[in-house]
Design a protein around this ligand. Structure first.
Ligand SMILES: *[C@@H]1O[C@H](CO)[C@@H](O)[C@H](O)[C@H]1NC(C)=O
Ligand SMILES: *[C@@H]1O[C@H](CO)[C@@H](O)[C@H](O)[C@H]1NC(C)=O
Ligand SMILES: *[C@@H]1O[C@H](CO)[C@@H](O)[C@H](O)[C@H]1NC(C)=O
Length: 385
């Protein structure tokens, strides 16, 4: 009876030359004593927004995913890549930085890191909603990352560090999956399917959000309704129903740049609202998508990740992203889903309450207002899938 959103992005690093080193303690300490505010994060919100929509376009364009539901956390992917960029140098760094939408003549690496630090603090300080964002490094026992890298990961990305024996793939897999399962409160139990014994490090980002609708739906009002997937396909879905005052804004123009206008423009209006109950799980391997966005070098021999470790030739082997959404009568997002539909009410006479029925493909956004981040976004084509 609640909305559960959770997600993980992970980057898998492989080394290409095996070199044994004595294992060591990976614990590290950073000064996390920064003022808790969303301030710095506003420096990058426009870039993060643009990145979110570019990523959405590329994910939706993948033939595999065409006419399928799309659901992911742009914020999680941004954070995972930004965290990786801490260890990237040269052209590899430039590609990540620009791929994330940053222009080095306008913003420095330090400012970007600080902005992400603010986002972590802002999201994690919230007590009124169940929300957490964090990162973890699973570091091979014989791999020795630079202390500065670990320090920055801890300081800016609230990253925890763990020592992992990748020569025992089953145990390593279990260790990582157990961690992610705990952080996402059981929503993502199998982030990693198989572990390559040559892995030196996993960078994991997770985001978990559970909210309540401002106005919960009455479970007794939930009935089967038709949902029009396309002109030819209709499916039956459990549709939640409520008549009340909702934040609504109607717009004919649905270009992406309007998102903030919509948020600013919503007004409380009485509506009959129908929303499908949903439970979705998605999984994306971003290794095919990121190169389309200009991020290529991290995957090959060209990768320069000497900021992580100078000893070895490192490259990223996988960028996995999993997300889930459960939407039911009690659950809700902190942000309103802005929709289109219904009719206007006429002044003067009691008019029938307009209807807002999400019975055809629609988009969903979960936004964090303070940092103006898109925590989750998606396109629900078929809620019955
Ligand atoms: C942390 O912040 C508090 C309050 O601003 C300050 O008194 C304290 O010295 C700081 N600690 C460190 C380690 O910077
Ligand atoms: C945000 O930054 C501005 C200018 O740098 C500053 O005046 C303001 O106090 C900051 N707000 C918070 C909540 O830290
Ligand atoms: C970066 O910013 C500078 C200064 O604002 C601008 O002249 C340049 O065109 C920008 N570069 C890109 C790739 O957008």
């Amino acid at each position: 009876m609640r909305v559960l959103l959770s997600l993980c992005a992970s980057l898998v690093l492989l080394w290409s030359t095996v070199q044994c080193r004595p294992s060591h303690d990976h614990s590290h300490h950073g000064n996390n004593n920064v003022s808790i505010s969303a301030n710095g994060s506003l420096k990058i919100y426009q870039e993060n927004l643009d990145f979110a929509f570019r990523l959405y376009k590329h994910i939706s364009a993948q033939t595999d995913y065409q006419s399928k539901n799309v659901f992911f956390s742009p914020l999680s992917v941004s954070v995972a890549l930004a965290a990786l960029s801490v260890g990237a140098r040269g052209k590899t760094h430039q590609q990540l930085f620009e791929g994330l939408g940053f222009n080095s003549t306008e913003i420095t690496t330090e400012e970007v890191n600080q902005a992400f630090q603010h986002i972590h603090h802002n999201l994690n300080e919230k007590t009124d909603v169940d929300l957490s964002l964090g990162n973890a490094l699973f570091i091979g026992q014989e791999f020795k990352p630079r202390p500065e890298f670990l320090e920055s990961m801890k300081r800016y990305y609230e990253s925890e560090g763990f020592s992992t024996d990748f020569s025992k793939p089953e145990e390593a897999k279990e260790q990582i999956n157990k961690y992610v399962n705990e952080k996402t409160k059981g929503k993502i139990s199998e982030l990693v399917q198989d572990v390559d014994p040559l892995t030196v490090m996993y960078i994991i980002n997770y985001i978990y959000f559970k909210g309540k609708w401002q106005i919960p739906f009455d479970p007794k009002a939930t009935k089967e309704h038709d949902f029009h997937v396309d002109d030819k396909t209709t499916v039956s879905v459990p549709m939640m129903y409520e008549e009340d005052y909702f934040h609504v804004y109607q717009d004919e123009d649905i270009s992406i740049l309007q998102l903030h206008k919509w948020i600013r423009s919503v007004a409380m209006m009485n509506y009959q609202v129908y929303v499908p109950k949903l439970s979705l799980k998605t999984s994306y391997e971003l290794k095919e998508i990121l190169p389309e966005m200009g991020i290529t070098d991290i995957f090959g021999d060209t990768a320069d990740l000497t900021g992580i470790s100078e000893e070895r030739k490192l490259a990223v082997s996988k960028v996995m992203h999993k997300a889930t959404i459960d939407m039911d009568e009690a659950g809700a997002t902190a942000a309103a889903a802005t929709g289109i539909g219904g009719g206007g009410s006429s002044a003067g006479f009691p008019a029938p309450t307009p209807v807002l029925k999400f019975d055809r493909p629609f988009m969903v956004f979960v936004l964090n207002g303070d940092t103006r981040s898109i925590m989750f976004m998606g396109k629900i084509v078929n809620p019955a899938k």
